[in-house]
Design a protein around this ligand. Structure first.
Ligand SMILES: [Zn+2]
Length: 601
């Protein structure tokens, strides 16, 4: 009986409040309606310290498992005919169904949905005011219950405040963000486990005490790591992203990726990499990986500037698809099914694709091309939508290339720093940008990025001027240009000469300018043409070459150079036979090369 009243009330709420609000018709229903159905709350939630949880263990199965658990909680579909009496909710959508609220049950479900946005660990939803507290409590309970380690912060505000004028959407959203930020700041980090002396530490995260040996390999794991490991084993190692990726392959367009196999064969037989080492195996040196962290610029602000919830929803859906499609396309174009002994694998790991960001691990030699393809595809994809014409939405990206045996959380920290640099560049020139770092030895890791680049061998100070041995970060168009320059160099300038030039750069500006002039004088006409072409393209004045004069900083003359960047990229380039074959195939298919491709509709 009580349930019936409840259901009736919810139905009334959907009709009178949810639908009009979603369509942007009103923020403020009449007092009468509020009395009758209780008004509406805008509820949002965001997972706390999401990357710490995902990357606390360096092992791929646990990283993957953690990300799968969070994705399921955040974006998972309800199980069939949920809710049953006995079943407690196991993800966000089931929580809404549990309270009798409307939400879609699958990707193609067209029914009303009180969820405005769910992705990247966050949630935005409209709920009846009198249910807001109960839903908040359920959301905040389910995360620690399911993970034993991760928490989520949830806040709400009533949005039907008066009969009068509704407030502006952007103000409403700004207030909501502020509430959420405060809730996160106030939250104390609650320890889930006491560190018991003499207990055996978890072999995976090395953080918490283990609770016992876990099959099948008998590792000593803590409870959260055990849950992660269980989750990634339960799915038979097939992570959703890779599965989805494989299912979308098309025989006619993805010949390169399929590598002589049919699509059906790939979907059925090709596995995801069980260890990071296997992704590295697909690189030409068989040991390097690229850790890519891509993130849309100022997306929060962009979405908050929508006119209403319906526009917000539409924009965020397009954004999510833009990230997803750009990542998939870059992987399809630049990688291929890889055979390691008897095993056939997809040589990548999609750690996460959120609403506007992505973290992926790829073979080291392909990482630059994949990054360029992601950045450029994302931007060209969005430019085709009406909603994105007024304001250009761009993407920044941080990339670290390193040996696979470096700790993953270390690569993440560096990629985050690089991403920050790229974002700084974006603020300066209003274009999406990339910053990257190639790590040769582990000693380079002893200091953080800004420290690393402020000193020799990155910055040389002499005669009261600063010479910086890089021109990073690059905007996407410049990065693409650099990639092309590298391709020309690759053909026409021997590697030993390039290395000698870079050695001279480290001796300072005067020594390297002398070296460069000497090489120039000895060069044949073809080489001179190549060098002048590069100088023109990059705005190098002959008098300064191989350096580019920058604006003075702190009263010092400043110079930078592209040659060290060229050398690193040149060393990274995939083996030439392979690359030529790939490019020929792409050209046959009508795709242009060098990350230039725009998305096919
Ligand atoms: Zn652990």
């Amino acid at each position: 009986m009580e349930q019936e009243v409840h259901d009736k009330q919810n139905k009334e709420w959907i009709k009178q409040e949810l639908n009009p609000i979603l369509r942007g018709n009103c923020f403020a229903p009449s007092t009468e309606i509020i009395d009758q159905i209780g008004g509406t709350a805008l509820l949002s939630a965001d997972t706390d310290k999401i990357k710490e949880y995902v990357f606390e263990s360096a092992k791929l199965p646990e990283i993957r498992g953690a990300s799968m658990i969070l994705d399921y909680l955040n974006q998972g579909w309800p199980s069939d005919n949920y809710p049953n009496d006995s079943q407690l909710p196991s993800n966000l959508r089931e929580i809404f169904l549990h309270h009798g609220l409307p939400t879609r049950r699958s990707k193609d479900d067209k029914q009303d949905d009180c969820i405005v946005y769910a992705g990247g660990g966050s949630l935005l939803a409209l709920v009846p005011l009198d249910l807001a507290d109960a839903i908040k409590a359920d959301i905040e309970k389910i995360y620690p219950d399911e993970t034993s380690a991760a928490t989520i912060s949830c806040v709400w505000q009533p949005i039907a405040v008066s009969d009068g004028e509704g407030i502006k959407f952007s103000e409403l959203m700004a207030r909501q963000s502020l509430l959420l930020r405060r809730a996160k700041e106030e939250k104390e980090s609650l320890p889930f486990f006491e560190a018991i002396p003499y207990s055996r530490r978890c072999e995976s995260c090395q953080i918490r005490p283990s609770v016992g040996q876990v099959p099948p390999d008998g590792r000593w794991l803590c409870l959260p790591c055990n849950k992660k490991s269980f989750r990634s084993r339960k799915q038979g190692g097939k992570k959703e992203w890779a599965k989805e990726f494989a299912e979308e392959l098309s025989e006619s367009n993805d010949e390169w990726y399929l590598n002589g196999r049919t699509k059906e064969y790939v979907v059925k037989n090709v596995e995801i990499a069980s260890e990071i080492e296997k992704i590295a195996y697909a690189s030409k040196d068989k040991k390097s990986i690229g850790f890519i962290y891509a993130d849309g610029n100022d997306i929060g602000k962009f979405l908050d500037n929508s006119k209403n919830f319906s526009e917000y929803k539409k924009k965020s859906e397009i954004l999510h698809k833009a990230v997803r499609d750009s990542v998939y396309k870059a992987l399809r174009f630049h990688l291929k099914v890889t055979q390691i002994e008897v095993e056939e694998i997809h040589p990548f790991e999609i750690v996460t694709i959120g609403g506007d960001d992505a973290i992926i691990i790829v073979p080291g030699d392909r990482a630059i091309d994949i990054s360029i393809c992601i950045g450029r595809t994302f931007e060209s994809y969005l430019s085709e939508f009406e909603e994105f014409r007024g304001q250009k939405v761009t993407l920044s990206l941080g990339l670290v290339v390193a040996d696979y045996n470096n700790p993953v959380y270390f690569l993440l920290a560096l990629a985050e720093d690089l991403l920050k640099n790229a974002k700084k560049k974006n603020r300066e020139c209003r274009e999406g940008a990339i910053d990257f770092l190639v790590i040769k030895s582990q000693t380079a890791l002893s200091t953080d990025l800004s420290n690393l680049r402020a000193h020799y061998p990155w910055t040389i100070e002499s005669y009261g001027e600063k010479a910086i041995l890089t021109s990073r970060p690059y905007t996407w168009s410049k990065m693409n240009e650099l990639r092309r320059t590298v391709q020309e160099i690759h053909k026409d300038l021997p590697r030993t000469q390039l290395q000698a030039l870079c050695r001279s750069l480290r001796k300072g500006r005067r020594a390297s300018t002398m070296f460069y002039r000497y090489q120039w004088a000895r060069a044949d006409n073809q080489r001179k043409d190549l060098l002048s072409k590069i100088e023109r393209k990059w705005g190098v004045e002959s008098i300064n070459s191989p350096w580019i004069k920058q604006n003075p900083k702190d009263g010092h003359d400043c110079f930078s150079t592209i040659w060290e960047d060229i050398r690193e990229l040149n060393d990274l380039m995939p083996s030439s036979n392979d690359e030529i074959a790939r490019q020929e195939l792409m050209q046959q298919k009508g795709h242009s090369i060098g990350g230039e491709q725009v998305h096919e509709s």
